[in-house]
Design a binder for this molecule. Structure first.
Ligand SMILES: Cc1ncc(COP(=O)(O)O)c(C=O)c1O
Length: 398
């Protein structure tokens, strides 16, 4: 397949004059999503009322859409299901993985992980008590730190701040050799880089859909459970829709079949409608094409910024094998610089303490946008126009 990136670009509704380099945080609006949500509201919710659960297929949405995401992350049909937020899915995967490895008490993670993952692990460990512990090491030390005390590794493949990418195959292989299970967070991988969960033998994976998959603000997360664990993993969040027979209303919980057991409660039907439409774009995308173009765009941006902005320090690995689909630079005044950029229509974001973050999503970003963004950033840096009070007041969301 040769992906037509002009066609994917045409599928998005991007505001005129904006260069959007923040699809790694919130994807833009796919044109089809607006129409699909409107239809779900007026035709399904409006006309079908509660019969929509059966007639419009709302109850099957989480598994149906899970299968479509599975294609993008190397997961077989029937191994991915949608629902809840990513933080909840991290907790769920971790709890089930720990229970599958009795006798071991250590969750291994790294200091580059997204704080919510670490907070969820910490909360789980406190609930379990009994010697369970979260151990964090520097990202470069993860492989060496996997030993026979580790029950589960909980790693985010692509670092949200630096864009540094872990070697999923090597970490999974080492974890298995040491008798540990793996939980992978694909928040910055799904739709950003090729992922082969079945190929590497990952045990659990989770991810969100509002970033590279463009489901919109608050879009639901996904969870993957490897087929070998599907009938033995016990859900810690044992909600009624993960029950074998939700509408039997039994008082005793019995986990549903396979991945269905990872459902918890009522699915977010309207957000899933947006996601379902957003995924149509992906039917025309070959992940190898996407990866090649993402690396070309990030290389181009790195070269351009390094040539024009000597005060910015690259935080993203140069090595392709260690890079996701974003580029980050450090600067002590990164927040103000980013606000000055946004004021000129180049949207990226800032992550404390000093990271300017730029996402490159080939579905709607090309060389022209990269070059223009470099030009605008270079002018801001050369003139020092970021150094104004209005760019230094921190908003609630950075
Ligand atoms: C790597 C990672 N994990 C977890 C989360 C938390 O996701 P949510 O807010 O959907 O729970 C995020 C959010 O950006 C993230 O980037």
């Amino acid at each position: 397949m040769t992906t037509d990136f002009a066609a994917t670009r045409a599928a998005f509704d991007l505001p005129e004059g904006i260069i959007y380099l923040d699809g790694n945080s919130l994807g833009p609006l796919p044109k089809a999503a607006a129409a699909r949500v409107a239809q779900a509201v007026t035709e399904e919710w409006g006309k079908m009322l509660i019969t929509g659960w059966n007639k419009a297929g709302w109850m099957d949405q989480p598994a149906r859409i899970g299968d479509r995401i599975g294609r993008l992350i190397g997961a077989a049909p029937g191994t991915v299901v949608m629902g809840d937020t990513l933080s909840i899915k991290v907790y769920q995967a971790l709890a089930s993985a720990l229970e599958l490895n009795p006798g071991r008490k250590v969750i291994l993670s790294d200091t580059g992980n997204f704080p919510s993952d670490l907070y969820m692990a910490d909360g789980l460990v406190r609930t379990l008590g009994n010697g369970y512990a979260l151990r964090t090491v520097a990202p470069e030390e993860v492989l060496d730190a996997i030993d026979e005390s580790v029950a589960v590794t909980m790693i985010t493949e692509v670092d949200y701040r630096t864009g540094r990418k872990h070697d999923m195959a090597a970490i999974t292989a080492k974890a298995h050799a040491m008798g540990a299970l793996t939980v992978w967070d694909l928040a910055h991988s799904a739709g950003a880089v090729p992922v082969d969960l079945a190929g590497v033998g990952a045990d659990f994976a989770v991810g969100c859909t509002y970033k590279y998959l463009n489901s919109g603000p608050g879009g639901p997360a996904f969870i993957y459970v490897a087929p070998k664990h599907a009938e033995t993993a016990r859900p810690a969040l044992s909600g009624w829709l993960g029950h074998e027979a939700p509408f039997a209303f039994d008082l005793a919980y019995r986990p549903g079949r396979g991945i269905e057991r990872m459902r918890v409660g009522t699915p977010p039907v309207l957000q899933l409608a947006a996601l379902e439409a957003a995924l149509d774009v992906w039917d025309r995308v070959d992940m190898a094409d996407l990866r090649a173009r993402s690396l070309a765009l990030t290389d181009r941006f790195i070269a351009g910024v390094e040539a024009a902005c000597p005060d910015l320090t690259l935080a993203t690995p140069r090595d392709h094998a260690m890079r996701g689909s974003q580029v980050s630079f450090r600067h002590a005044e990164g927040y103000a610089i980013m606000q000055a950029l946004i004021a000129q229509g180049v949207i990226g974001d800032f992550r404390a303490p000093d990271i300017l973050r730029f996402g490159f999503t080939p579905l709607y970003i090309g060389e022209a946008e990269v070059d223009r963004a470099v030009e605008i950033l270079a002018a801001i840096m050369a003139s020092g126009s970021w150094d104004r009070p209005e760019f230094k007041t921190r908003a609630k969301v950075t």
